[in-house]
Design a protein around this ligand. Structure first.
Ligand SMILES: CCCCCCCCCCCCCC(=O)SCCNC(=O)CCNC(=O)[C@H](O)C(C)(C)COP(=O)(O)OP(=O)(O)OC[C@H]1O[C@@H](n2cnc3c(N)ncnc32)[C@H](O)[C@@H]1OP(=O)(O)O
Length: 221
């Protein structure tokens, strides 16, 4: 798994976000516009040519694979390629999850890009968002928990538009954490999930980050 340390402070994280988030938002707008536009074919062809030019510009310097997850030395994560939350990922709605007193919550608007049944949210998107939510609900002390089992129950179709997610831990057993998650619209819960999250036995990436921080601190003292 690609976890790495970036020795930067919070101000630098914010500076980078201030550049990439508006870019990602613009691409999200582009995706929505392509889905919903009713311009004529000549306009579609002209737009495609401009988009291809922009893609070529961005490909001038590229990472080999995915974005990976880097951490600052205080373990602020930068999972900017993440499919649900990534600041650089226009596929992500994006989900912004907050944890207060152990309960995770997120408000997000799911537009045309997340459609399954006409006018309603795709079941896979609901599962994706709930998977991320239960992951962040179970994560503690800078240790990730991986989804072992995710059981999703669709109670009724979720209309496209604003939705709320909420997750809470319902129990623990050794390295296992049990989490309940819900996705709701204005009229109540539409999808619920039960997850068994498992803290991996060994997480070498975390140990590698901690030993790199120790090495940097030694070099500075
Ligand atoms: C650096 C800090 C980072 C912080 C970032 C936080 C952000 C979070 C982002 C979130 C992102 C979103 C989240 C994502 O998208 S996570 C991505 C999707 N999930 C995966 O890819 C997981 C793939 N699977 C594995 O890696 C391993 O199989 C895991 C780690 C799950 C278990 O392998 P391990 O070798 O550790 O297991 P063990 O054999 O010692 O068994 C241990 C116990 O667990 C029980 N068990 C085993 N498997 C399952 C199962 N499938 N369901 C239910 N229970 C299971 C087993 O019976 C035993 O119980 P018991 O007998 O003791 O009672």
């Amino acid at each position: 798994m690609d976890f790495r340390l970036e020795d930067i402070d919070d101000a630098e994280v914010e500076r980078r976000l201030s550049i990439v988030e508006p870019l990602t938002d613009a691409v999200r707008e582009l995706v929505d516009a392509v889905i919903r536009t009713e311009v004529d074919d000549a306009e579609l062809v002209a737009a495609r040519e401009q988009i291809e030019a922009i893609v070529a510009r961005l490909r001038a310097q590229q990472k080999d694979k995915g974005y990976g997850v880097s951490f600052t030395r205080d373990f602020t994560g930068m999972p900017w390629g993440n499919a649900a939350t990534g600041a650089r990922n226009a596929v992500a709605p994006p989900l912004r999850i907050k944890k207060v007193d152990g309960v995770t919550r997120a408000d997000v608007v799911l537009g045309a890009a997340y459609e399954g049944p006409g006018g309603h949210v795709h079941g896979g998107i609901a599962a994706l968002l709930l998977d991320q939510l239960v992951g962040e609900t179970a994560a503690a002390d800078h240790m990730p928990s991986f989804t072992g089992t995710l059981t999703v129950r669709y109670l009724r179709p979720t209309p496209l538009g604003p939705v709320t997610l909420e997750g809470r831990v319902t129990g623990t057993d050794g390295r296992k954490t049990f989490v309940h998650g819900e996705l709701s619209d204005a009229d109540g819960v539409t999808v619920e999930a039960e997850a068994i999250m498992i803290q991996p036995k060994h997480f070498p990436a975390r140990d590698a980050i901690i030993s790199t921080i120790a090495k940097l601190e030694n070099e500075r003292s």
